[in-house]
Unconditional design. Structure first.
Length: 169
């Protein structure tokens, strides 16, 4: 091993940190893309089936009454019905592209990052649609309904965001 080899080698801890960072990024993107790809048509609102879809609106979605959650779910399904298959196909293609990039040596960090950014853009569109649907649903409520909703929101906040009976003290 010559002097030049020692100067150009990347320290092991940097390689380990990059590998861990890459693994976490791939895991997060995989979870998000998997949720979107498997989010096809359902008979019931995804808000009722899985709490995960409320991530974009969080506690605000959990504080809604069941009919309001269903109305938001229907609004989202109506909005994505025209483009849902296209988005799933785009995300699938991006995952294949990312997989190909992961197999390449040397690893093209910039190209992989670009794929993640494009996926994030598609997923952000869904998050924005959820927030818009929430705002529209709340705007359609009467003042009394909004006051009741605000009370449920405060109760959830006191329980740490969980539904159900309050914690005993």
């Amino acid at each position: 091993m010559g002097m030049d080899d020692a100067k150009t080698r990347t320290p092991k801890r940097v390689k380990v940190a990059l590998a861990i960072s890459l693994a976490i990024n791939v895991l997060v993107v995989g979870v998000i893309v998997g949720a979107v790809l498997h989010g096809g048509n359902r008979d019931r609102s995804s808000f009722d089936k899985r709490g995960g879809d409320t991530a974009a609106i969080g506690i605000y979605g959990r504080a809604l009454e069941k009919p309001d959650r269903r109305a938001i779910g229907q609004r989202l399904r109506d909005g994505r019905a025209t483009r849902g298959q296209e988005i799933r196909a785009e995300l699938g293609e991006m995952v294949r592209e990312a997989s190909d990039l992961l197999k390449q040596t040397p690893f093209d960090k910039g190209a992989f990052s670009d794929v993640l950014l494009r996926q994030q853009g598609l997923i952000k569109g869904r998050s924005d649609a959820m927030q818009d649907a929430l705002v529209e649903q709340i705007a359609a409520m009467s003042p009394e309904q909004r006051a009741e909703y605000a009370e449920r929101l405060e109760e959830l906040l006191e329980r740490g965001g969980r539904r159900g009976k309050p914690d005993r003290e």
